[in-house]
Structures are given as structure tokens and as C-alpha cells.
Design a binder for this molecule. Sequence first.
Ligand code: S6P
Ligand code: ZN
Length: 188
Amino acid sequence: MDPFGRDIDLESGIIEGASEKWTRYLSDMKNMYQDQEAVEEILDSEDPLLYEVYEISVPKESGQLLHCTTILYPGKVGNEYYMTKGHYHERKDTAESYLCLSGRGYLLTQTEDGDSDALRMVPGRLVYIPPYWAHRTVNTGDEPFVFFGVYPGDAGHDYGSIEEIGFPKMILEEDGETVVRKNPDYEV
Ligand code: S6P
Ligand code: ZN
């Protein structure tokens, strides 16, 4: 393959040109929110789009780098903000960097040993996800939360354990404030 360039709109996160795009709706991750009554109530009337991911197409091979933007929309399910599903990389020894382009939110991380963290993300802030750390993002603002990510081509995604146990920390709105709370349902 030859070197190439792509244009990324730093506000909207849209990548022009030959990129792949995929989307996730509330129905795709309805069991991952704590307030299941709130989930059912929303799904009775609509199935909101939670986020879109644009990915620049390169071979998913060792030595390549994948580049993507995520556009995570604002909203809540009960008092829990819209979030991504979250994953480990299938090849667990692969890292990832996120650069926040617009909006605001949090990066939640965890390891299989039970370590966890919550890092704030604002435009211009880079967060680094070392190998072996699962990662999820949360939109705590009123605007789309947009970030750019770079990770190894052969990293892959492992959603399995996150779908079952979630993350140790959750980001909630309480009395108009954004708070980081321990996930009461989290068990290793
Ligand atoms: C890929 C990278 C992001 C996420 C995206 C959606 O390694 O971390 O592109 O895929 O933010 O999150 P998720 O957890 O649904 O893949
Ligand atoms: Zn990742």
C-alpha cells in the first residue's frame, strides 16, 4: 500500500474519504445500564443512537496502525450518562491513545486484577490506555463528545467480560453534578 492522507473535521469528528463507519443504538447495549426500568421506558418510544465510529481502512495486521474517531452523543439513561460499550483488546498486550477533539467526558479503565481509574477528557487532552487495560468512554456534557483514537492493527476487540461484569466505576449525574461512583453491581 502507499502512504495517504485523510481529512478529519476536528469539531464533528467526521473523517472524509474511504473510511468505514459503524453505529451503536441503545438496543445494542441495553443490559449495560444500571437502571433497567429507565432503559425499558426509553425503548418503548424510541431507540436512540448513542454513538458512531469512523475508521480509516487499513489492513488489520501487525505493524499497521488503526485510526478512528468516536462521536458519542449527549444523553442519559436514568442518571447514567450515555457511554460506549467498552472492551479489552483481543490481543491484550496492545495499547491505545485517545485525543479529545470536542465536547467533554471521561475515560473509564480497568484491569483484570481489579485496578480501575476515571480520567477526565476535554478538547486537546490526550489519554493513554496501556496494554491490558479495558476502556470505556462517557459523555458528561451537553454536546457530542468527540475523540480520536490510534491503536495497533491487530489489536481486535473483546467485549465478552465487560458485557457481563461492566466497569468498577460509573459516571452519574446527581443533583446536577457529575460524580464518579463505585458500581454496586461490579463483581470480579
Ligand atoms: C477501538 C477504540 C474505539 C472504540 C469506540 C467504541 O479500539 O477503543 O474506536 O471502538 O470508541 O467503543 P466500543 O467499546 O463500542 O468499541
Ligand atoms: Zn480500544
